[in-house]
Design a protein around this ligand. Structure first.
Ligand SMILES: Cc1cc2nc3c(=O)[nH]c(=O)nc-3n(C[C@H](O)[C@H](O)[C@H](O)COP(=O)(O)OP(=O)(O)OC[C@H]3O[C@@H](n4cnc5c(N)ncnc54)[C@H](O)[C@@H]3O)c2cc1C
Length: 266
């Protein structure tokens, strides 16, 4: 058995979001972090490794500096890392990204008792589409919003987070799970892990490595292979000053309710 985890390096949007004069996000001016949901997915895989001794492979598609993040995941306990990186892959939307990641996962190999993990959503693109699209392309059953995992023999029982509760689902392996950050608290890198991480295998899959896969075609990857293109990006307008209302009587409350009603807030 092995766990394959897709991990994205993202700009840290929790602090000041740097915006260029033309309104696009200034990624170079922002620190990069490992996407939170993906860290939960890595931790889930490492806990399965602790319990079963299985192998954990982490995969990231991104520019060469993403190698630093992959080394950190190796230092946390992952066994192997794959960096999917090539000029041909640049400009991919979620469809093209999932084509490329699915081809990379196929190259790693999915056995009958394996689990593929993704985060639910990346904090920069925010679409939550890549995991489910990879599952479709690999023909794997999928469960999204995973908040608890129990591995049995060739099956996984998961608690799926809903808006107002949970759903328990049993799914056969091989399968794909997308994890929410509430699933667990990720461990730190260990000192031993940091020493070992440079000896662990880190492979780079470029266009040459993946080009023979039927999923990889000029019409299905990169900017040209993306059915969607970002036409314009801009910062949302800054909210105006708040409205103050005074009084604690019925009329004031009714006025407040009617304002909220008009704005479709209630
Ligand atoms: C219309 C459109 C056009 C775009 N055009 C461009 C462009 O021109 N240039 C550009 O750089 N980007 C572009 N992007 C962004 C790019 O598509 C996304 O970065 C990428 O598809 C991931 O989508 P997401 O961030 O919404 O991830 P989600 O779907 O929210 O991610 C879900 C999970 O999938 C996995 N995952 C996602 N991306 C990766 C990855 N790269 N490596 C490993 N695992 C991953 C992670 O586990 C993650 O938690 C575009 C996006 C859209 C919607």
């Amino acid at each position: 058995m092995k766990c394959i985890v897709c991990v994205k390096q993202v700009p840290d949007t929790s602090g000041v979001v740097a915006v260029k004069e033309d309104g696009t996000m200034d990624r170079a001016a922002m620190a990069t972090i490992t996407n939170h949901d993906d860290l939960a997915a890595v931790e889930a895989a490492l806990r399965i490794k602790d319990a079963t001794g299985c192998k954990v492979v982490v995969i990231s598609m991104g520019p060469p500096p993403a190698e630093g993040m992959l080394r950190e995941l190796l230092a946390m306990g992952a066994d192997e890392a794959v960096l999917v990186s090539a000029r041909e892959f640049g400009g991919s939307d979620t469809y093209a990204t999932s084509q490329i990641l699915a081809a990379a996962i196929k190259k790693v190999g999915v056995d009958s008792d394996d689990i593929v993990f993704c985060g639910r959503q990346a904090i920069d693109g925010d679409t939550a589409q890549v995991g489910p699209q990879i599952a479709e392309k690999l023909n794997l059953p999928q469960v999204s919003y995973v908040a608890e995992i129990k591995v049995e023999d060739k099956a996984v029982t998961v608690k799926r987070l809903l808006e107002d509760g949970y759903m328990t689902i049993k799914v056969q392996t091989p399968c794909l799970l997308t994890c929410v950050k509430e699933l667990n608290e990720a461990r730190y890198m260990s000192v031993g892990g940091i020493m070992e991480c440079y000896q662990k295998p880190l492979e780079v899959y470029n266009y040459e490595t993946l080009k023979d896969d039927p999923l990889i075609d000029v019409d299905t990857i990169g900017l040209k292979g993306s059915p969607t293109n970002v036409y314009k990006s801009f910062s949302p307008p800054v909210k105006g000053a708040g409205m103050m209302m005074e009084g604690a009587d019925k009329a004031t409350v009714e006025k407040l309710v009617s304002i909220l009603n008009d704005k479709h807030i209630i």
